[in-house]
Design a protein around this ligand. Structure first.
Ligand SMILES: Cc1cc2nc3c(=O)[nH]c(=O)nc-3n(C[C@H](O)[C@H](O)[C@H](O)COP(=O)(O)OP(=O)(O)OC[C@H]3O[C@@H](n4cnc5c(N)ncnc54)[C@H](O)[C@@H]3O)c2cc1C
Ligand SMILES: NC(=O)c1ccc[n+]([C@@H]2O[C@H](COP(=O)([O-])OP(=O)(O)OC[C@H]3O[C@@H](n4cnc5c(N)ncnc54)[C@H](O)[C@@H]3O)[C@@H](O)[C@H]2O)c1
Length: 446
């Protein structure tokens, strides 16, 4: 190992979607070092979005088949968990090596290790000192485990997404994205599922009338919602785990904590680099610089109002690379960001929130439509479909949208494009969409 300090133009800490986007963009013009202490590729492709949506593929197919029972399709398929897991692993097992290879192919230096800052422009990893002109902290988040007796029995989304066998009785603690999406997969795959929510409000970012519809749909598919329920302790019993709550007790075979995620910053010794950290994440300015202007922060690790999602992390990574390379001098300007809950069905939203639009009736019109019987949704027998758009009264443009449907993930992207491109209905009518598709309905959402 070299005693000499090794120098790089930019050192990126964390090889998830944010860090990778920044590193690849910088590498065409700079010497870049990327340090990762776990799986190359980060949360999304290894233990987040991608494996989750591979398991969800089977749920989607099953849902589609179930809705068409009695309409020409007989016999709903069942999910074979071990085979579904093999399908998922065939994808995830290739991610770390593939990510590392593409970094190397781009001429980026890589190190596996846990770095810590020793000064404002130097860090140490595996005993070696590295100096950077700039740094990018892209270390993401990790699940929060509640500090209750028996917390060691609590597993996380990472464990769920890699289960060899599906436990017969499962509880999820929390009612956010993770709990809802994984509970939906588990119930569709045949488990008895319990969801413990400490209040009455799941998916608090989304409109309550839609989240209530989803809770009803999931209850109809066997998910047992335990409202106003706080988990107090977990203990092992002969036949599984005993969960004690403020509402009584429950026996299950596995319990997963899904009460949120916290930033991974503890081991970086950021005070040595003069970087201030808030409890809920890294504080940055409009250029995504920390209190040390040579050190940037991107992705889930940030304290920010934008949703903590993969495309947001990579957008920030590309922005920071442009800022460092002097290609932009303006602060970051986020477009409208779509958010999707992949359940049965999906809820998706983008742009101006319905809640905000309700509070500004002079500015916005809310166009709430029950689209269940529209051709697009009726063709697939989507049980309930709803689309709400928020229209700016002055410009007549769509500025916000919420979709509740099996087709929400694709439709929200179409609506998001209308919002970001400020497309008027006249401009839309000049285009010819493929018919019949969800996109061929877009003119009806103005
Ligand atoms: C179960 C689940 C499902 C999700 N589904 C979706 C979805 O459907 N769509 C969506 O858009 N988003 C989804 N997300 C969120 C998405 O995964 C994150 O927004 C995204 O991964 C953030 O990217 P990032 O680069 O900021 O952080 P991460 O992807 O978390 O990457 C951070 C990297 O930094 C590394 N690291 C941490 N500390 C250190 C250290 N001290 N030294 C070196 N390296 C370090 C980590 O090992 C990791 O590889 C999901 C998340 C979860 C948990
Ligand atoms: N489809 C997607 O895009 C997707 C999917 C999964 C995860 N994610 C990302 O991962 C993040 C984390 O997801 P999550 O579901 O873990 O968190 P979350 O913040 O979405 O939800 C946390 C849930 O736990 C509850 N809760 C909070 N504190 C609690 C406590 N002490 N006891 C009991 N319940 C408590 C909250 O009321 C909420 O229902 C998301 O915010 C999102 O950024 C995105």
């Amino acid at each position: 190992m070299s005693e000499e300090v090794q120098k790089f133009a930019t050192i990126v800490i964390g090889a998830g979607p944010g860090g990778l986007a920044a590193a690849h963009q910088l590498a065409s013009q700079q010497d870049v070092l990327v340090i990762e202490d776990d799986l190359w590729g980060g949360t999304c492709p290894n233990r987040g979005c991608d494996p989750k949506k591979m398991l969800y593929s089977a749920v989607e197919a099953r849902d589609r088949a179930t809705y068409l029972q009695g309409h020409g399709l007989e016999g709903a398929p069942t999910i074979d968990w071990p085979k579904l897991m093999t399908f998922k692993r065939a994808y995830t097992e290739k991610v770390p090596a593939g990510t590392l290879n593409s970094l190397k192919a781009a001429g980026i230096t890589t190190i596996q290790g846990k770095p810590y800052f020793i000064s404002e422009n130097q860090l140490k990893v595996n005993g070696q000192v590295y100096e950077g002109h700039h740094f990018i902290i892209a270390t993401g988040q990790t699940p929060v485990i509640p500090d209750i007796p028996g917390h060691d029995y609590l597993q996380t989304s990472t464990d769920f997404l890699d289960l060899d066998q599906l436990p017969a009785r499962i509880a999820f603690v929390g009612g956010g994205y993770v709990a809802i999406e994984l509970a939906n997969i588990a119930a569709n795959a045949g488990a008895e599922v319990h969801l413990l929510q400490h209040n009455q409000r799941i998916l608090r970012d989304f409109p309550e009338n839609y989240t209530q519809l989803l809770a009803t749909a999931m209850s109809d598919h066997g998910v047992n919602f335990h409202w106003d329920t706080e988990l107090e302790s977990v203990s092992e019993i002969d036949d599984g785990l005993l969960l004690t709550t403020n509402q009584g007790s429950l026996e299950v075979d596995a319990v997963f904590a899904a009460i949120g995620r916290r930033p991974q910053l503890d081991s970086l010794n950021l005070q040595a680099a003069k970087v201030d950290v808030a409890e809920k994440g890294l504080r940055v300015n409009g250029h995504l610089q920390t209190t040390n202007p040579r050190i940037y922060g991107i992705g889930d690790v940030l304290l920010k109002k934008q949703p903590k999602l993969t495309p947001v992390a990579s957008f920030e990574g590309r922005y920071v690379a442009s800022d460092i390379l002097g290609k932009t001098t303006a602060p970051i300007d986020y477009p409208s960001v779509p958010q999707v809950v992949y359940a049965s069905p999906q809820i998706a939203q983008t742009g101006v929130k319905v809640e905000d639009a309700k509070n500004a009736p002079d500015q916005y019109l809310i166009n709430a439509q029950d689209t269940t019987h529209w051709y697009t949704f009726n063709r697939i027998k989507d049980p309930i479909a709803r689309v709400t758009t928020v229209i700016d009264k002055q410009t007549q443009l769509i500025v916000g949208a919420v979709v509740y449907s099996t087709l929400a993930d694709e439709l929200i992207n179409d609506l998001n494009n209308l919002i970001n491109n400020q497309t008027t209905v006249t401009q839309l009518q000049r285009q010819i969409p493929a018919y019949p598709t969800a996109a061929s309905d877009l003119v009806y959402y103005y």
